[in-house]
Design a protein around this ligand. Structure first.
Ligand code: AP5
Length: 214
């Protein structure tokens, strides 16, 4: 399954729900890149500057990274691609790699959220440093202040690219490089578009309807 949508649309949030309900594996290219940056690898060094500027990382680096991850999860019930593909070249490469691996795409779900909501969501976002669970200062607080609901950790982190200026560049990259892939999936009849505004549970109900509808 592919989750598409602008930064802050709720792709990561809904992927967590999908993992919990259906036992799927979430593959987030953003998370993978942040792990590379943290480890100080060559890929991480190349990616950091681009990510901090809100630009996309080159297609070849991303395609190799995701192909390796899909191979590692061959036995999984299914995989949610969160943040990939993001360009036409990535969408075409994905088709080729899935064909080679004998796999296919069941659902492509586009989450529509207006830019004001995106900026509000991104500006209050934080996550657990230990398990990665996502939260928001006002929209999705931890049950106990300062304690992760999922793992009990008291360490949290905020992303370097979650600032107003970078968000504007990320939205521009989405409009110019990612939105053009929507017709690619639409033509094949595999694209479903949902309203990403509403509570997290309401949005998840819309996704569930698509997943369980076939
Ligand atoms: P990435 O990590 O993929 O970031 P993104 O696409 O900008 O998406 P986000 O993670 O910001 O948002 P989201 O939709 O997951 O929202 P979330 O669920 O957290 O990419 C980062 C960078 O890496 C890119 O800029 C690029 O440089 C690089 N990169 C990654 N993949 C790449 C690729 N394929 N090719 C090239 N470069 C790549 O929700 C946001 C907030 O809102 C949270 O606080 C959440 O609690 C809250 N929230 C969620 N849903 C709701 C709701 N329904 N109501 C209220 N609040 C909500």
């Amino acid at each position: 399954m592919i989750l598409l949508g602008p930064p802050g649309a709720g792709k990561g949030t809904q992927a967590e729900y999908l993992v919990d309900m259906y036992g799927l594996v979430q593959l987030s290219t953003g998370e993978m890149l942040r792990a590379e940056v943290k480890s100080g690898s060559e890929l991480g060094k190349k990616a950091k500057e681009l990510m901090d500027a809100g630009s996309l990382v080159p297609d070849d680096l991303i395609i190799d990274m995701i192909s390796g991850q899909i191979d590692q999860h061959k036995e999984a019930k299914g995989v949610i691609l969160d943040g990939f593909p993001r360009t036409t070249a990535q969408a075409e490469a994905l088709d080729e790699m899935l064909g080679d691996k004998g796999l296919n795409i069941d659902h492509v779900i586009q989450m529509e959220v207006d830019e004001d909501a995106v900026v509000e969501r991104i500006s209050g976002r934080f996550s657990c440093s230990d398990c990665g669970a996502g939260y928001h200062d006002s929209l999705n607080k931890t049950e106990i202040d300062g304690v992760c609901d999922k793992c009990g950790s008291t360490e949290f982190t905020r992303r370097a690219d979650d600032n107003a200026e970078t968000v504007r560049s990320r939205l521009k990259a989405y409009r110019e490089q990612t939105a053009p892939i929507l017709p690619y999936y639409e033509k094949r009849g595999s694209l479903d578009t949902i309203n990403g505004i509403g509570s997290m549970e309401e949005v998840f109900d819309r996704i569930k309807e698509i997943v369980e509808g076939g």
